[in-house]
Write a protein that binds this ligand. Structure first.
Ligand code: ZN
Length: 233
């Protein structure tokens, strides 16, 4: 089976449609989504509708929680808070209900899915150190755990020393962000895992950054949220 794992779309329909077009050419059996479908970008309803149609599993992200209840965004940046308010007032009732229905974690026979990590998933900690990765390993029992949240693609084995996928070892895999990469590379990022070959690929691809950025401007969202897409920051 081949699984595509996507995360942190952040209402960027241009990037999401490009990722789905790659997925459609890659013999993918199932799509899993790791949350933050909304926030920052101009197309929250469109992105939720695509995820509702295409993803077999989806977990909730901190921006999805904030879109349901904007008071959750008190610790966000100023621009993030403006986007949360706009998203909350733009979402249809049906799409808000969909976000409310999402769990914090999903476990399949193969893997665990969580937005930030399976250890205290409601806290949305950033897994950016080996210490934090070790904490996550103690919170799942499947062979793989897929996460997002930092918008930076990484892969780490349970011994905290192996950074290339091997069979027989458990791995924590951050698939990066479809809609707002932050590793200095503006190309969209997601993962494809092949269970037969036991192979993981981090996919990077260009998309219409110009269109996504223009839409942010046209909707009256903070222009900085469009500009950062060109820089991958
Ligand atoms: Zn995010």
């Amino acid at each position: 089976m081949r699984i595509a794992v996507i995360s942190d779309i952040h209402s960027n329909e241009h990037a999401l449609r490009k990722a789905l077009s790659i997925i459609d050419k890659s013999a993918i059996d199932e799509i899993y989504c790791l949350g933050d479908i909304v926030g920052y970008g101009a197309f929250p309803n469109e992105c939720i509708e695509l995820i509702r149609q295409r993803a077999k599993h989806c977990v909730i992200g901190n921006h999805d929680v904030a879109a349901i209840d904007p008071t959750f965004a008190d610790y966000f940046t100023k621009h993030g808070r403006i986007a949360v308010q706009w998203t909350h007032s733009t979402l249809t009732e049906k799409n808000l209900e969909f976000l409310k229905s999402l769990p914090y974690t999903v476990t399949t026979d193969l893997c665990t899915l969580a937005h930030s990590g399976p250890a205290e998933p409601e806290e949305f900690e950033y897994v950016q150190s080996l210490q934090s990765a070790a904490k996550q390993f103690s919170a799942f029992s499947t062979q793989l755990c897929f996460i997002g949240h930092t918008h930076i693609p990484t892969l780490c084995g349970e011994n905290l020393k192996t950074f290339v996928l091997k069979n027989g070892m458990r791995f924590l895999i951050n698939v990066g962000s479809v809609g707002q990469p932050r590793d200095g590379n503006p190309q969209l990022s997601f993962g494809i895992f092949d269970t037969t070959l036991w192979r993981y690929q981090n996919i990077r691809a260009e998309y219409d950054v110009e269109g996504a950025s223009r839409a942010i401007h046209d909707r009256g969202l903070p222009p900085l949220l469009g500009k950062r897409l060109f820089q991958g920051q």
